[in-house]
Structures are given as C-alpha cells and as structure tokens.
Write a protein that binds this ligand. Structure first.
Ligand code: UDP
Ligand code: MG
Length: 140
C-alpha cells in the first residue's frame, strides 16, 4: 500500500551535516520526497509534536534538544513508507540498532539519534498535518 510518513533530520543530524546522507538513504529505498522544509522549532512546537510523550521522564530534555537548532522536515511517499523509514532509521537506542542503519552509524545516544519517522498510519497523519498544509505536499 502506498503510504506517506513524516521524517525529521533532528538538530544533531543537521549539526553533523547529515541532511543529504539521510535523504539519500530514503531515496535509494525508492521513497519519494513529496514535501520538504527547514525550520527551527520553538520549545512549544516541539512539545506539541511530541505530546504523546508528555508524561515521560525524557520529555523536557527531548523537547529542549528538538528546539536546540534547525531541523529538516519531510514527507516521504511510497510502498510501506512508514515501515521502510523505520527500518532505515534503526532502533531508538543506537546501541540496539541494526548494523547499517542511520542510528547505528551516526547517533550518539538514545536522545540524540539523528532522525525521526512516524510509527503508524495514525501518527503519520497527525505529524504530516502538524507541519505541512495541503498546498505544501506534492503529487509527483
Ligand atoms: N527518547 C529519549 N529517551 C528515551 C526514549 C526516547 O530521549 O528513553 C527520545 C529519542 O530522541 C526518541 C524520541 O524521544 O527518538 C521519541 O521516542 P520514541 O519512543 O517515539 O522513539 P522513536 O519513535 O523516535 O524511535
Ligand atoms: Mg516515536
């Protein structure tokens, strides 16, 4: 099934100059970039994005990190895009990530793990709509 998913090159990924590295891996997997922008999230915007985690002990640190520098937001489209992106990213904790995944290769910690990808169709819908309006997502 063709799906859309939201991915983010997090502030650590931008600082490490990995924007192209991340997008290249998605494109090589056959996914299409259908929306793309750079922004610097406010703490409040990061809190809204991660509201499902608001009760977690890492919420304050996570949202400070996510608002610590510019990020690159993108919508990816393709067959099983949600699962594909999660596989290319690797596990949340780089120590547990499969060899060759973005997080295994480039992440420093469970928090600073380079990249985000939606974890379900429901979260993809919320996350895409959080950052992009209909005119910013393209048919291609
Ligand atoms: N995170 C953290 N500590 C944890 C778990 C998660 O700092 O113990 C951060 C990490 O940046 C992660 C984000 O919170 O990517 C969202 O957590 P989630 O469990 O949704 O992981 P993901 O879906 O990104 O793999
Ligand atoms: Mg998640």
């Amino acid at each position: 099934m063709t799906e859309r998913t939201l991915s983010i090159v997090k502030p650590d990924g931008v600082r490490k100059n990995l924007i192209g590295e991340v997008i290249k891996r998605f494109e090589e997997a056959g996914l299409k970039v259908v929306a793309l922008k750079m922004t610097h999230l406010t703490k409040q915007q990061a809190q809204g994005f991660y509201h499902v985690h608001r009760e977690r002990p890492f919420f304050d640190s996570l949202t400070s990190f996510m608002s610590s520098g510019p990020v690159v937001l993108m919508v990816l489209e393709g067959e099983e895009a949600i699962k594909k992106v999660r596989e290319i990213m690797g596990a949340t904790n780089p120590a547990d990530a499969e060899p060759g995944t973005i997080r295994k290769l480039f992440a420093d910690s469970i928090e600073e793990n380079i990249v985000h990808g939606s974890d379900s169709a429901e979260s993809a819908r919320f996350e895409i709509g959080y950052f992009f309006n209909a005119l910013e997502v393209f048919e291609r």
